[in-house]
Design a protein around this ligand. Structure first.
Ligand SMILES: *Cc1c(COP(=O)(O)O)cnc(C)c1O
Length: 422
């Protein structure tokens, strides 16, 4: 499928008069439409709720927008919990799926009334000691070990992942948790990331639903909810077939009716914790070509760098690039598109065929709305960009300002030497 940006060159030229590049731009309309589609795909399940994975796009304006669409949040840290609270998420609208969790974070999650998802068997004792009780509602994270194969190209190795409990541990966990006073139980697993196939969720659901039946049989615990977590992917490359959330929802429903309903578990709520699928396609990084360099290769230097979008540098991830205003020109120039870090992996694209780029052209890096800005860092003293929201009425709102040198120096607020640059 061809990738089309949700903005035109003209729009970006207008926006850039107020907000200089680089910046992130999110598409409110796309976010809302997709969130609605997710909700509809699972509307067959009474208690369905999507808990947006905050780590994907931790911005309060985005969180509030998703809350309006009926989503909760999935948090993995203290600051994510605090942001959820500030955005008005209450009690069980917050899921706390964390691992290697510090005690104070369990305390905060409990204070907020969030659903705590235990990553490990030993956390039962840790939570009980920390909180002086076991919460009435509690979730356990499962790791089946071995290999998890969805299709020929999607395979993950849960056995190598640090998350979750073994089957033996999780069965024992439910027995202990019930004995210690827990009343409502959940089951959670995340077995493969960025799956671009409609089969992942139904396959995962089958594993979890069958385990739920076993849990009921062996421990007497009837689960209240099953959390399919994240992992539904997006087609970063133009030739990939996008997931169809309706087909995915129907696939989960089929397994639900085959496995859970006959076992008397027909009232289990389905939860999801999607991040990428909720936001990635609806956010772009906009950057400007500021240099061209001709040495052993052809380079285009842009004003963004890996600090603004780390995925290509970190795992060679592909992000499609559109040169605005040149959408219909032939891609007959091969470039490395680079940022300015003193790191040779600071390249948004390597040997990419693009239209001929001129200095001043705006480049759109697609599918950066999740795990994009969020992974930012400050290497080389580089600063994080602004985030903007393209609203449904066509206006643009600043939803995070760009970092300034003052922000960078703020953690030296006790240091006299830097007082003049602060
Ligand atoms: C990262 C994460 C998610 C979201 O994953 P996506 O791939 O963005 O959908 C959900 N749950 C947990 C526990 C995670 O760590």
């Amino acid at each position: 499928m061809e990738k089309k940006p949700f903005v035109t060159r003209q729009q970006i030229e207008e926006i850039a008069k107020t907000y200089p590049t680089p910046f992130y731009l999110y598409d409110e309309r796309g976010i809302r439409e997709n969130a609605r589609a997710v909700r509809e795909a699972f509307s067959w399940n009474q208690g369905f709720k999507e808990y947006f994975a905050v780590k994907a796009t931790p911005n309060p304006f985005i969180l509030k927008l998703l809350r309006e669409m009926g989503c909760g949040t999935d948090c993995s840290s203290k600051t994510e919990l605090l942001m959820s609270k500030a955005c008005g998420f209450l009690g069980h609208e917050i899921m706390f799926s964390s691992n290697d969790t510090p005690a104070e974070e369990f305390v905060l999650a409990d204070e907020l009334g969030a659903i705590i998802n235990l990553d490990d068997f030993t956390h039962i004792e840790y939570v009980e000691k920390t909180l002086g009780k076991i919460p009435e509602t509690i979730c356990c994270r499962f790791n089946p070990g071995g290999m998890f194969k969805v299709s020929n190209d999607i395979m993950d190795k849960p056995g190598d992942a640090k998350y979750g409990m073994t089957e033996e541990q999780i069965l024992e966990a439910y027995r202990i948790l019930r004995r210690k006073g827990a009343k409502r139980f959940g089951l959670h697993a995340f077995l493969a990331s960025n799956t671009v196939t409609n089969e992942y969720y139904p396959l995962l659901a089958k594993v979890l639903f069958e385990l739920a039946v076993k849990i009921k049989g062996e421990t007497g615990v009837s689960l209240s909810f099953i959390n399919l977590s994240g992992g539904i992917g997006v087609p970063y490359r133009p030739n990939e077939e996008p997931n169809n959330i309706r087909v995915i929802g129907a696939g989960v429903r089929k397994v639900y009716e085959e496995v859970l309903v006959p076992a008397g578990l027909g009232d289990v709520s389905i939860f999801t914790e999607l991040g990428r699928f909720m936001l990635a396609p609806y956010g772009v990084l906009v950057t400007k070509a500021i240099h061209e360099k001709h040495t052993y290769k052809e380079y285009i230097g842009v004003d963004a760098c890996a600090v603004n979008l780390m995925r290509p540098a970190m795992y060679g991830a592909y992000h499609h690039i559109t040169v605005l205003g040149k959408e219909n020109e032939p891609c007959d120039h091969m470039y490395d598109v680079t940022g300015s870090l003193c790191e040779n992996n600071d390249k948004f694209a390597i040997d990419r065929l693009l239209p001929e780029i001129s200095i001043g052209d705006y480049l759109v890096l697609h599918d950066a709305g999740a795990h994009g800005f969020a992974m930012g860092y400050n290497y080389n003293g580089k600063l994080k960009s602004a985030e903007l929201l393209l609203k449904e009425d066509g206006s643009v709102a600043l939803i995070r300002r760009a970092e300034t040198p003052e922000d960078y120096f703020a953690t030296f607020d006790f240091c006299d030497i830097l007082k003049d640059v602060r």
